[in-house]
Design a protein around this ligand. Structure first.
Ligand code: NI
Length: 205
């Protein structure tokens, strides 16, 4: 099953694909309504058969605009779809039209935390306790989100096995050295960092 989170292809200077080249997926998760996250979600919800999951207010608005099937929940809520559980969690970030959030995705053999846009916060440790995060996708670009120093501390709080850095190098304002992040995380924690370039695929055991 494929899940898409925060599609930003149109107008993204480093996107490897056009919107129409995207493969089929069943769930579309939107962490918050900033332009670089909501981005192509409305176009996709209009064109494709999918279920869109977001904060109540954002989901409601997209449902009205597109007629798509939506699940509008809020921080703390869990949506079960086939063998997947999607839990919406807090993010510390400004918002428009509904809270800024992250998601925890869980299935039988894995637990993935997609932090959305956020600064670091101590309760990331609580997410680790509740959901035994295996893979954490964390912003490192600074300016609008955590920078490398904060993201390294976030890894210590979350204690995942794998980390994927995100939300950097799209624009000059969020330039970050992902190799430095990898080096620091792997020196200071037991987690392994996988750096993905746009379009890359990775499989975890
Ligand atoms: Ni944002």
């Amino acid at each position: 099953m494929k899940v898409l989170i925060d599609p930003f292809l149109t107008g993204n200077p480093i996107a490897p694909l056009e919107l129409d080249e995207l493969e089929d997926f069943e769930l579309l998760l939107v962490t918050h309504a900033h332009g670089d996250h909501l981005a192509d979600a409305i176009a996709l919800a209009s064109k494709r058969k999918l279920t869109l999951v977001s904060s109540y207010e954002i989901a409601e608005k997209i449902q009205q605009e597109t007629g798509a099937s939506v699940v509008g929940m809020n921080i703390g809520g869990t949506y079960a779809y086939r063998n997947l559980k999607v839990t919406q969690v807090q993010a510390f970030h400004s918002h428009t039209g509904g809270p800024a959030t992250g998601f925890i995705l869980r299935w039988k053999t894995n637990s993935v935390y997609h932090a959305g846009d956020t600064g670091v916060f101590g309760d990331m440790g609580l997410l680790a306790t509740l959901y035994a995060v295996n893979i954490a996708c964390l912003p490192i670009g600074g300016h609008y989100t955590m920078d490398i120093d904060q993201a390294v501390e976030a890894v210590k709080l979350i204690n995942p096995k794998h980390v994927i850095p995100m939300h950097y190098n799209t624009f000059d304002l969020i330039k970050a050295d992902s190799k430095l992040f990898k080096q620091r995380v792997e020196e200071e924690t037991t987690a392994k960092v996988t750096i993905l370039n746009p379009g890359d695929e990775v499989e975890f055991p």
